[in-house]
Design a protein around this ligand. Structure first.
Ligand SMILES: Nc1ncnc2c1ncn2[C@@H]1O[C@H](COP(=O)(O)OP(=O)(O)O)[C@@H](O)[C@H]1O
Ligand SMILES: [Mg+2]
Ligand SMILES: [Zn+2]
Length: 282
């Protein structure tokens, strides 16, 4: 049996069959230490491999300290596609958890004219009002998605794509829902507390409150609404409201104290026109 590989023969075989053709024999002959001149020769013949899914050539890095010597990087194109899908799926799931109704998951800022999108300030809240079906919830959900920061894809020092979690999601809910949850804490032990629920809606950096003005304005409800709005007002936290009522009508329905806080916090955007639901959308 041959104990030493002759360099010339090895090169001949490398030229014809490449790295894969000789790798097993090299280890068989030189185990446990491959001589430096053989290593130098092997380094000149990187394995040529293509991705079995997309056909792109794969990058090979020479790592003589490893048994395989050549490390072949996973196809980055295909890895990117998998990561993008995972990132988007995760975003959709999280937005659902944070209150986005399923029927509005396709809402995007691009669905609205630039005049409306340009009217949304970066650092203040917005009061969106208009009749039923004018697209208020649609706009709220489009804003929610555009403001959400979930997983982001980046390239690590080795040149491989990776996912990193950032976690910044708005919360979409309604006064009715919040009051319902608070009421729920009165008759169950353990679980969420009233203050826990109020803190979440008071402290979230971007709160989206859908359909303000449909709740029954009991004294208790008004107290709760004022508490939430006032905490957010004092801490300068961005809040978006939607309503069928104008601010003047809201002042009437709730009270002046709440409406004037909202007026100070928000830019007003009016959506009008046809009911998209009746016309089946356009
Ligand atoms: N700009 C838009 N582009 C596409 N679909 C829209 C748009 N605005 C609203 N819609 C759709 O029309 C329907 C009614 O809009 P919605 O936002 O629910 O109205 P509102 O909350 O004002 O009652 C929904 O199905 C919504 O997805
Ligand atoms: Mg709505
Ligand atoms: Zn590929």
């Amino acid at each position: 049996m041959e104990t030493q590989m002759d360099l010339a023969t090895l090169e001949e075989r490398l030229k014809v069959g490449g790295w894969f053709e000789v790798s097993r024999d090299v280890w068989h002959n030189f185990y446990p230490k491959v001589p430096d001149d053989v290593i130098d020769l092997l380094r000149q013949y990187p394995p040529e491999k293509i991705c079995t899914d997309c056909g792109a050539p794969l990058v090979a890095t020479f790592t003589p300290q490893r048994a395989q010597m050549w490390e072949i990087m996973e196809c980055q194109q295909c890895r990117l596609a998998v990561l993008v899908a995972a990132r988007d799926r995760d975003m959709d799931v999280t937005l659902r958890d944070r209150g986005m109704p399923k029927r509005h998951r396709h809402a995007r800022l691009g669905d609205f004219p630039a005049t409306i999108i340009d009217a949304i300030p970066d650092d203040r809240g917005v009061y969106i009002h208009g009749p039923v079906g004018s697209g208020k919830t649609h706009l709220l959900c489009a804003v929610m998605r555009s403001e959400a920061v979930g997983k982001a894809i980046y390239t690590d020092p080795k040149g491989e794509y990776q996912l990193r979690e950032f976690h910044r999601y708005p919360l979409l809910t309604s006064i009715q829902e919040v009051l319902h949850e608070v009421r729920g804490t009165y008759n169950t032990r353990g679980g969420d507390t009233e203050e826990g629920i109020l803190e979440e809606v008071s402290d979230v950096p971007l709160l989206l409150l859908d359909d303000v003005g449909v709740e029954k304005p009991t004294e208790w409800a008004l107290g709760m609404i004022y508490l939430i709005v006032d905490r957010r007002y004092r801490d300068n936290r961005r809040t978006f409201f939607t309503s069928n009522l104008s601010l003047a009508e809201l002042a009437e329905h709730l009270n002046d104290r709440i409406a004037s806080r909202i007026t100070e916090m928000c830019t007003v955007i009016r959506l009008d026109g046809r009911d998209r639901r009746l016309k089946g959308g356009v």
